[in-house]
Write a protein that binds this ligand. Sequence first.
Ligand SMILES: CC(C)(COP(=O)(O)OP(=O)(O)OC[C@H]1O[C@@H](n2cnc3c(N)ncnc32)[C@H](O)[C@@H]1OP(=O)(O)O)[C@@H](O)C(=O)NCCC(=O)NCCS
Length: 194
Amino acid sequence: MTATSPFPLIETDRLLLAPLADSDSEEVLALFSDSRVLEFYDMDVFTRKEEALAWIQKHRMRFDVGDGIRWAIRYKGQRPLLGTCGFNNLAGQGHSGEIGYEISPANWGNGVATEAVRAIIDWAFLNGFNHPLRRIVARIMLGNEASARLLKKVGFQDEGIMKRAGHWKGASHDLRIFTLPSNGGNGGAQPVNC
Ligand SMILES: CC(C)(COP(=O)(O)OP(=O)(O)OC[C@H]1O[C@@H](n2cnc3c(N)ncnc32)[C@H](O)[C@@H]1OP(=O)(O)O)[C@@H](O)C(=O)NCCC(=O)NCCS
């Protein structure tokens, strides 16, 4: 698959979602050096700006090869980075993707994630990577109540628990899977090639 180009800018009532730039590395470092943000992630806290830069560049490369997309989230006309969101793990020839997001703790509880996530879901079901996604998946660690509540609020269905599906930070973790099929199309069914 190739990239959807150019990188889609998304505006909501309050927010502008735009590509992450290398110049965001200080703010990405601040985001991912906060253990509250990474409590439920398969990532260790960042301690160096180079780690933040590598993370930004990894996501840019995923976009360039059509394998994912990550937006920087900001209030319109304002510089501070509120967080990031996007899609990874495109599957089924890009008809299914996994959503991810994180907001800096100073901005939690202000509806930023809800607004950003709703906007990227709309983008994914309308446009997507060369064609609209038909299904969005989220996998979250048990105990991540904020994320579970956000997903249910924007319409995801709780599909249950995958036992020991995650392996990081020296332990196995049960993951809860949520899915959101698009309303249009055939709900994620793929043409069968036989
Ligand atoms: C999950 C996260 C993105 C939510 O961001 P946010 O901007 O605070 O979310 P919103 O303000 O849009 O709130 C969304 C819903 O979650 C609820 N919520 C927020 N924090 C909560 C918490 N600590 N516990 C329970 N519910 C919570 C809100 O009340 C809201 O639901 P409601 O409108 O029904 O009351 C944020 O907590 C975060 O960045 N967490 C760390 C990173 C992470 O775990 N990402 C997800 C990985 S799967």
